[in-house]
Design a protein around this ligand. Sequence first.
Ligand SMILES: Cc1ncc(COP(=O)(O)O)c(C=O)c1O
Length: 391
Amino acid sequence: MKKNKNKKRRGVYLDYAATTPVDPRVIKVMIPYFKEKFGNTVSLHSFGREAKEALEKSREVAADLIKAKPKEIIFTSSATESNNLAIKGAALANQKKGRHIIISPIEHLCVLESAQWLAKQGFKITKLAVDKYGLINLNELKKAISQETILVSIISASNEIGTLQPLQEIGQICRQKGVYFHTDAAQSFGKIPIDVNQMKIDLLTGCSHKIYGPKGAACLFVRDGIKIEPILSGGEHEFGLRAGTINVPAIVGFAEAIKLCQKEMAVEIKRLTKLRDKLISGVLKIKGAHLNGHPTKRLPNNANFWFDFIEGESIVIQLDSFGLAASTGSACSSLKLEPSHVLLAVGLKPQEAHGSLRLTLGRWTTEKDIDYLLKVLPKVVEKLRKISPFK
Ligand SMILES: Cc1ncc(COP(=O)(O)O)c(C=O)c1O
C-alpha cells in the first residue's frame, strides 16, 4: 500500500467495549454533586440527607433496569470490584455448604483471578468447556454441579467475542440444583433486556463506564436473602457489604446513564445490529478473514475477527494511523502479548488467536464510520499480509 497522502485522522472510535465517552446528559446531572451537593451520605445534616436521597434514587433506577428491588443493589467502584465481591464474598459466606465453584474459561480476568484466589484458599474450581462460538454446554453444567457446589459464575456477554450465554437456562439449572448463579453482565447491562427474576439470577455485575456513565461506579445485584461476605473492612455503607465513602457524583451519573440506556434500548439494539451486520458482512469479504463468536447470539455492538497470517496488534496500530480506534481482545489484556485465553478456549490455535481484531460500536457510531472502516481495513490487511513472516 502506497503512503496515503490524503490520509485523514477522522477519530472514528470503534472500541466501545473498552470504555465509552460519558454522555453530555450524564455529565450535566453529575455536576451539582461535585459542587453544592457534595455531602457525605452518612452525615446527619441536610448536605448528608441530600446525598443519601440521591444515592437511594440511583439505587431505584439501577434496580428497575433489571427488575430487582432497590435493596438488592450495592454500588461499588468497578465491575472488577463487583465480580470480586460476588465470587469471593459468596464463596466465603457459604463455604460451610461446600467449597466448589463453577466458571467458564472465557470469563474476564477479574473473575478468573478471583477464582484462582479461592483455589489458593482450598476451593475447588471447575472450568466448563465452551464450543467454537463460546457457548457453554448446559448438560455439562448439570453434570458438573455436585453436593459441594455453591456458586456458578458465567459471563453474560463475552467482552471479546460478544457471545451471549443462555442466562435463563443456566439460571433454571442453578435454581433446581440449589446453587447460586452469578453473571458478569459488565458488557450487557443496559444494552440488552435482563430480568433477574425471569432468568433466576442471584448475583449480577453491572458497570457504568461501558454505558456512557463515568468511571468509578458499578453495581452488584445481590438477591434478597443471599449471604455474601464483604471484602473491604470498614464502615457500614451499602448494607454493610461495601465499606467506604459513597462516590455520589459517579453513582448519580451511572443512574442517569442507566435511564438513558433503558429509554433508548429498543431503538439502539435495532440500529446497532444493522450496523454490526453490515460491518461483519463487509469484513468477511476480505480474503482470509474469519468471524469469532456466534453469528447471531452476540451483542448488538460487537464484531470480532481473526485474519490469516496477521497479528491483531499490527492491524490495530495500522488502523490507528488512519484515525480508527479498535482493539485486539479485551482492553485489560491488550498489554499482554499472549494470545487471548478466550480465543484459545473457543479452539483457535495460538497463531490464530494472535490475529484477532475487536470492533465494538456505540451511541455515536454512524454508517459513515462503518463505510470508512470497510474502506481502510482491506488495504491494511493486504499490506500486512505482504510483509507477514507467518505466511
Ligand atoms: C465482562 C467484563 N467484566 C469485567 C470488566 C472489568 O471492568 P472494570 O475494568 O471497569 O473494573 C470488564 C471490562 O472490560 C468486562 O468487559
